[in-house]
Design a protein around this ligand. Structure first.
Ligand code: MLT
Ligand code: ZN
Length: 461
């Protein structure tokens, strides 16, 4: 009865057309890109602006209704899907874009604007955006901020956190927090916008962001090289970073991932078969090859037979697809366990060897695929063939990560997938402080319960 009353109030706030309750209309909102995380929502609410979203949260808070904030559903850790009757609050209709501060290198966008739209807006004004991910046409800025997304350009521009000038966020009780003013420097107390970034929708729902843009680089080169081990890849990246400031991306792909993506693309590897492949992009005002050849020579990798170089956009896109299409290629073969982890660069090679052994001992017969962002030691461990509900392989990988001094969540967030292992990456004091902040901002625990913190709270309470 309480829920029916709450729903009527929510319908009055956003119109009944934007409150989806039938199973067929809800279905697309109940699963994410990984397909491992799916459940059911009691309703999907689609506010059109901050005022509507604020009214919806105020009702949910009063009735103590659990809510799952949701963007483009490109998450991979179950952080944006309802599992057990929560109300989904979709930000996809928050689609405003303002270029009124474009001369300051700032664009202001609603949380539902996709990364692709931000990139296109930036490009039209002679700017670029510092974060890029393969799911750019679906991923929303709100979700990318909530997870502090990383991607292909972190080595040069940092993660989402580094691109945010300030945020507008609706808190659990419906009040609207506007972080910072319009000035470019602001030291007046806590930076609450930064607190929200990476909090995975547990502290508030981002409605609008002022995003910093970066310089457009007119010339670029993309190249793919084969290496025998990841230590050689790390050395190559280090040599390149010392030789030039133009390094924009450094990605790695193992042989198993290359095989899977080649099958998906009905293609063959662009260079001779190798145990590991390193894909890099350099971008500069002019002559992006400056420093590249020298670094390849110093690393003993200048032989044409194992290097592919692309100078123009079509051939560059062609090389990039061997990296960007891996996720979809793996997904075609089953529902993988996806473990996004950060490993100290000095121990990356050791981790790559050990993780395959550890997983295959825990779950014999499964396939392990490794790819990711070499610049940060960010490994995407994908395991095919294990039951989606069996967490023993996840446990084995995350324990190994902790043992080797890495972190359990590098760029996808903790979500529901890794909440029970949070203490492998955060001390008891850190977790206690995080819980105290959560309690202060969301005392009824209505925002994304079960995500980030290891507690499951379901539906209407
Ligand atoms: C990537 O780097 O391709 C994304 O993080 C997606 C994934 O990990 O599958
Ligand atoms: Zn990634």
């Amino acid at each position: 009865m309480d829920f029916a009353n709450a729903l009527s109030e929510i319908e009055r706030a956003v119109s009944s057309a934007q409150v989806l309750t039938s199973a067929d209309l809800r279905a697309t909102y109940e699963i994410d890109w990984s397909r491992r995380w799916k459940g059911n929502a009691s309703a999907v609410v689609r506010p059109a602006n901050t005022d509507e979203l604020s009214a919806v949260l105020a009702v949910c808070n009063r009735f103590k209704i659990a809510c799952v904030p949701q963007g483009g559903r490109t998450g991979l850790v179950g952080g944006g899907v309802p599992l057990d009757g929560e109300v989904v609050i979709s930000v996809q209709r928050l689609g405003s874009i303002s270029t009124s501060e474009i001369d300051s290198g700032i664009v202001t966008v609603g949380a539902g604007v996709t990364l692709g739209e931000v990139q296109a807006t930036a490009a039209r004004s002679g700017w670029d955006f510092g974060v890029d991910i393969a799911s750019r046409e679906s991923a929303t800025i709100g979700g990318m901020i909530a997870t502090n997304a990383g991607g292909m350009k972190v080595i040069r521009h940092g993660q989402m956190r580094a691109q945010v000038a300030s945020l507008e966020v609706v808190l659990a009780d419906g009040s609207v927090l506007k972080g910072g003013g319009a000035s470019l420097k602001d030291n007046a107390g806590f930076d609450l916008s930064q607190l929200m970034i990476g909090s995975e929708g547990t502290l508030g729902i981002v409605t609008e962001a002022r995003l910093k843009l970066v310089r457009q680089m007119p010339s670029s080169v993309v190249f793919l090289v084969g290496v025998d081990n990841l230590a050689a890849g790390v050395k190559l990246v280090g040599t390149l970073r010392r030789a030039t400031e133009s390094l924009e991306s450094a990605e790695f792909i193992d042989a198993a991932s290359m095989d899977v993506v080649c099958e998906f693309l009905s293609s063959t590897p662009p260079i001779q078969r190798s145990r590991w492949y390193v894909l890099m992009e350099c971008a500069a005002d002019a002559d992006p090859l400056r420093g590249v050849n020298e670094a390849l020579t110093r690393s003993g990798l200048d032989d044409d037979s194992d290097t592919a170089v692309a100078m123009e956009s079509t051939s560059q896109r062609n090389l990039w697809q061997y990296r960007e299409q891996i996720t979809d290629a793996i997904s075609c073969l089953g529902i993988p366990h996806k473990l996004d982890v950060g490993i100290p660069l000095a121990r990356l090679d050791e981790f790559a060897d050990q993780v395959v052994k550890v997983v295959q001992t825990t779950s014999p017969g499964v396939t392990v695929l490794l790819f990711g962002h070499l610049g940060e030691g960010n490994v995407h461990v994908n395991i095919l063939g294990a039951d989606p509900d069996d967490e023993s392989v996840d446990d084995a990988v995350l324990q190994l990560v902790a043992q080797i001094g890495g972190n359990i969540a590098s760029e996808h967030g903790v979500g529901r997938a890794k909440a029970r292992w949070l203490d492998l990456s955060r001390t008891a004091t850190e977790i206690r402080t995080m819980r105290e902040i959560k309690q202060a901002l969301d005392p009824h625990n209505i925002l994304n319960p079960g995500v980030l913190f290891p507690s499951h709270v379901s539906g209407v309470r």
